[in-house]
Design a protein around this ligand. Structure first.
Ligand SMILES: *[C@@H]1O[C@H](CO)[C@@H](O)[C@H](O)[C@H]1NC(C)=O
Ligand SMILES: *[C@@H]1O[C@H](CO)[C@@H](O)[C@H](O)[C@H]1NC(C)=O
Length: 419
């Protein structure tokens, strides 16, 4: 019914560099579970390190990148990945087919949205990699392989940056610099994901207003709040504990085509997100997805942009994937050399939720936003919230994160109609 585009382009870059000898410690064991458990543990790890920052990362992309490493791994290096990511209940090797299926399900030629997975290996010239490894990389991950000379570090940085830029519609530029490579670098794995979708129910830009957003530290910022009343999936949940803030809201907003959706989890106004975060667990994500009901909802959602570069080396080690980062690493399925280990693992993700052409399209005071006249359930995201972007058919989680600060506008930018 409402005719305006809200575009949500997302993208992400994941980069693994593999280097020659280093120093090591032994692995730790992590209990087995499904990939969604791994995703949630990653989130909690980032949350613990993140203070009051926004969070955005792609669990699926981390799993795919680890799958690429696992193809070249043996022994403890391989086992830690299987255990930690949640593949240990599968027949060994089946996880590659699973990852292939999950990414293929997302990249099906579906005109409703654009998702591109782009995997690439940059190999040192003159180093011989196991042909079987390269074959399987192409088969499961459609990985493109190029040879470079890492001692020409500026040229390599430029080449990889161009490749990344080409595969992320120029959203990620100049990611790497010459200092990221050295004469001992032998292999860099790059994994980029680009997603762009339009909401099934779009917002009208003339309904967007300046609005106060209350941060969890008690301060307020001015943001652009989008508004609509429409049919969404909605539910109210409670874990029964007062520490988690009692009742909270879950709103699922599908993208066009309905295969992909964004789930927004919002505590009550006076409850900081930090109170709700500890209860987020993999089975709870399922419970939300299975129990939201289609109904009319009034939605107030700020425009936001979240961007994060994560050092996965530290994060994954905390979760129990340690061996591949040490001199104990066994990546002998990749190459005959015994000395390979992962030197660097970085993920960069970017998500923007905004109306198309919003620059000139922000409304100027025709429709009042009100908290008092409640005809339908009202989701007022004027304080921090958690979100998940997932495939509704496979359940795979493309992005996960939180918004602690939305897009902030300066008081001089717009007239401030008081709400
Ligand atoms: C992946 O999809 C293929 C074809 O549909 C199917 O045969 C295979 O069992 C799937 N693999 C996994 C691990 O689900
Ligand atoms: C990027 O795309 C342009 C245009 O398609 C092409 O000319 C260029 O070679 C590409 N660069 C890389 C590094 O793939």
């Amino acid at each position: 019914m409402l005719m305006l585009d809200v575009l949500s382009p997302l993208l992400l870059l994941l980069l693994f560099s593999i280097l020659l000898p280093g120093y090591g410690c032994r692995a730790a064991d992590i209990p087995e579970d499904a990939t969604s458990e791994f995703s949630v543990r990653l989130y909690h790890q980032l949350q613990a390190a993140g203070g009051q920052d926004n969070i955005i990362f792609s669990p699926l992309s981390v799993a795919v990148a680890l799958g690429m490493v696992e193809l070249g791994a043996r022994g403890a290096s391989l086992e830690e990945i299987r255990q930690t990511v949640g593949f240990s209940h599968l027949v060994p090797g089946v996880e590659f087919s699973l990852l292939q299926n999950l990414t293929t399900a997302l990249t099906d030629d579906d005109a409703h949205y654009v998702i591109r997975f782009a995997n690439s290996l940059f190999l040192q010239e003159g180093v011989t990699f196991n042909p079987e490894f390269l074959h399987l990389m192409r088969k499961y991950f459609r990985a493109n392989v190029e040879t470079v000379d890492f001692s020409e570090s500026s040229a390599v940085a430029e080449q990889i940056n161009n490749w990344v830029e080409n595969h992320t519609e120029s959203k990620i530029r100049a990611l790497l610099s010459a200092e990221d490579f050295s004469s001992v670098t032998r292999l860099t794995l790059v994994n980029a994901v680009y997603f762009r979708g339009s909401w099934k129910n779009q917002f009208r830009p003339e309904n967007t207003r300046t609005f106060s957003f209350s941060k969890d530290d008690g301060s307020e910022v001015q943001t652009l709040m989008m508004y609509q009343q429409g049919d969404f999936y909605y539910g109210e949940f409670s874990d029964g504990s007062q520490e988690a803030g009692g009742v909270y809201q879950v709103l699922e907003m599908p993208y066009e085509g309905e295969d992909m959706s964004m789930m927004i989890v919002l505590p009550r106004q006076e409850v900081p997100l930090a109170s709700l975060e500890p209860i987020i667990k993999a089975p709870l994500l399922e419970e939300w997805a299975n129990n939201v009901k289609r109904q009319k909802v009034e939605v107030y959602l700020p425009r936001f942009k979240v961007e994060q570069k994560i050092d996965l080396r530290n994060t994954l080690q905390e979760l129990g994937i340690k061996n591949i980062f040490t001199s104990d690493a066994d990546l002998s399925a990749m190459t005959d050399g015994k000395d390979l280990y992962i030197g660097k693992a970085v993920q960069k993700a970017y998500l923007e939720v905004t109306e198309e052409g919003a620059e000139g399209a922000v409304g100027s005071g025709m429709i009042a936003l009100t908290r008092t006249l409640v005809l339908y359930p009202q989701v007022m995201a004027d304080h921090p919230f958690f979100f998940v972007i997932r495939n509704r058919r496979t359940g795979s989680i493309l992005f996960m994160g939180r918004v602690m600060t939305p897009e902030v506008i300066e008081p001089s930018d717009h007239d401030f109609d008081s709400m």
